[in-house]
Design a protein around this ligand. Structure first.
Ligand code: SIN
Ligand code: MN
Length: 283
């Protein structure tokens, strides 16, 4: 039997929101906006490993709402959300939609149309690309600043690294692919590497930039064995970036943490229980 929050609809139509979006009137929106600004602590950066930066609370609530509404709209249209399956009958435990280019989980290839229904993927919205650029710029500035601290200067001297190479742990990147995943509360994703982009993109260490929205996730990274992987909680508004030496880092989603999405976000979007994740890459 399907659980309350499980999709009950067909293979090609999945609404990430529970009821049609209700447009807030201006007064309610501005009333809420006051609460949104002081909602949480400001953004904070953390280096989880060499080339892995977590920008906590980077996407403000207003932008989170916009991203969810846009993904809902695109997800219901042509090339929208579907549950990827394999020839052997297995299915991924999530709903997926590709923007920019299609990525086929069965063949691991990128293409202009998706094999299941020949639909072309929608384009990546320009506002999403701007946020990706802002996140990369912030992570590069953060690494540069960290690398200039006295402790790091010393370790840098020992490692004979230059300030430039520290900064290039996360090279610049212009996304032409975005994979959007929606995990219901039982969703998960096994440990894997993102290695289907061009050889040039991977060898240059062009980063993968990942947005988390809705319920939090227990995210695993750093090893292909679950028991050896490190753990971090990704919350709504967090941006995770992995590039440079860590471009091929193993990562996956072990669990979605129930009822952890910000209440205001749910009030504004009616997002289903679960987590929306967007990963941007350059082919
Ligand atoms: C992915 O690896 O494709 C998605 C990761 C995530 O959901 O955080
Ligand atoms: Mn991945």
């Amino acid at each position: 039997m399907l659980k309350k929050d499980e999709p009950s609809s067909s293979q090609f139509c999945f609404d990430i929101c529970q009821i049609p979006n209700v447009k807030l009137n201006a007064s309610l929106l501005s009333e809420n906006t006051g609460q949104l600004e002081c909602f949480k602590n400001g953004p904070r950066a953390q280096e989880l490993a060499s080339g892995v930066v977590l920008l906590k609370n980077f996407i403000n609530l207003r932008d989170q709402v916009k991203i969810i509404k846009k993904c809902r709209e695109l997800g219901l249209g042509s090339g929208g959300f579907y549950q990827p399956g394999f020839k052997n009958g297995a299915k991924l435990n999530l709903q997926m939609m590709c923007l920019g280019k299609n990525w086929d989980p069965e063949t691991k290839l990128y293409g202009h149309r998706r094999p299941i229904d020949d639909a072309e993927p929608p384009s990546i919205p320009v506002e999403f690309k701007h946020l990706v650029q802002k996140a990369i710029k912030t992570s590069r500035a953060f690494l540069k600043k960290t690398s200039n601290s006295i402790e790091d200067m010393l370790s840098k001297m020992a490692l004979q690294e230059t300030s430039n190479s520290m900064k290039d742990m996360i090279p610049k990147m212009s996304p032409d692919i975005c994979i959007v995943n929606f995990y219901t509360t039982s969703g998960k994703l096994g440990l894997h590497q993102d290695k289907d982009e061009s050889e040039k993109s991977i060898s240059k260490g062009l980063p993968v930039v990942s947005f988390s929205l809705g319920d939090s996730a227990l995210f695993l990274y750093g090893d292909k064995k679950v028991g050896n992987a490190k753990k971090v909680i990704l919350e709504s508004g967090d941006v995770l970036i992995f590039g440079g030496k860590s471009r091929l880092i193993y990562h996956g989603v072990a669990e979605i943490l129930h009822e952890t999405a910000p209440k205001l976000l749910l009030d504004e979007t009616n997002l289903r229980p679960g987590r929306l994740n967007l990963t941007f890459r350059q082919y």
